[in-house]
Design a binder for this molecule. Structure first.
Ligand code: CNA
Length: 278
């Protein structure tokens, strides 16, 4: 249901009013939710974009259905598709986008609450967002474990396996080794659960480049207070955006929207400098 009444916090439901709100000094804690869409301009395909997304290009991996590549039971029976995908997503080849640098600017300006990300590409860290402000809700390639005995496995060795397209097995029990990426049906990291209550302190929520279809992550968007303005920056309208009094929907590429926002905030030069440094 679309909210038809006037906004309660913003002057109107547009980016200019969001800028005014940020400049007013009343907006002290900005929370961010990121999805694969903020990394597509870095050259990393998302899942669901119709022609370029990974799901549209998984046929060669011989999967029963696309999501199987991130299911633990399928991985047990056939780890090859996941390793092939990991090769494409492996951090190290990609540079952060202006959108990642914008999140860093929020931290530099002392207004970043938490940046919740679904991405496993670690581009937030590379952009210089302080690690204690990032919650990698779906894990990352930073560490890996045997799925049978839980022994950890050497990072460099795993990278070699992924690059070579071979599967890594535990040196202790020969179980399968999996990067600590959260698969469907697996528990979310503790940091995710611990950070949820902080959303109650949000003055603004920015949701960028996500289809808001993967739960429980997607439900974070409804956990900010009713009076907290929420801004969606995405190629298409997603979730329940539009149902609250201060929902702002900006359709387009996040990099373009972020540049407009920074121009109006007077942060344009800072954004360029921060991004060039990455
Ligand atoms: P998704 O379901 O693929 O949705 C991406 C959304 O972003 C879609 O609504 C697109 O329209 C939109 N989009 C694409 N490009 C842009 C752009 N330049 N500007 C604005 N919007 C854009 O991805 P979600 O993140 O919502 O799905 C959750 C999965 C995807 C998570 O579990 C991730 O781990 C997983 N994933 C991560 C990566 C990565 O780490 N970069 C890559 C692919 C998938």
């Amino acid at each position: 249901t679309i909210y038809e009444g006037p906004p309660e916090v913003l002057e109107s439901r547009d980016l200019q009013s969001v800028v005014k709100y940020i400049k007013s000094g009343k907006c002290k804690r900005i929370f961010v939710m990121l999805g694969a869409g903020v990394s597509t301009t870095a050259g990393i395909p998302d899942f669901r974009s119709p022609e370029t997304g990974l799901y549209a290009n998984l046929a060669r991996l011989d999967l029963p259905y696309p999501e199987a590549v991130f299911e633990i039971n399928f991985f047990r029976s056939n780890p090859v598709p996941f390793y092939a995908l990991a090769r494409e997503l492996l951090p190290g080849h990609f540079r952060p986008t202006p959108t990642h640098s914008f999140v860093r600017l929020l931290a530099d300006h002392g207004v970043l609450g938490i940046c919740f990300t679904q991405n496993i590409d670690t581009l937030e860290r590379l952009a210089g967002v302080p690690p204690n402000r990032i919650v990698e809700a779906h894990g990352s390639f930073a560490t890996q474990h045997c799925i049978e005995c839980g022994a950890s496995y050497d990072n460099e060795k795993l990278r070699q396996h992924i690059k070579a397209g071979t599967v890594a097995y535990c040196e202790r029990c020969h179980g399968l080794v999996k990067p600590d990426i959260v698969f469907f049906g697996e528990a979310m990291p503790m940091a995710f659960h611990r950070s949820i209550p902080l959303l109650q302190t949000a003055d603004l929520l920015l949701v960028m480049g996500t289809s808001l279809t993967v739960h429980p992550f997607a439900s974070l968007a409804s956990m900010v207070p009713d009076r907290c303005p929420r801004v969606l920056m995405n190629l298409d309208a997603v979730g329940d955006f539009g149902c609250r009094s201060d929902d702002v929907i900006c359709l387009g590429k996040t990099d373009d929207i972020v540049r407009d926002l920074c121009k109006e905030l007077g942060w344009e030069e800072e954004l360029n400098i921060a991004w060039k440094k990455t």
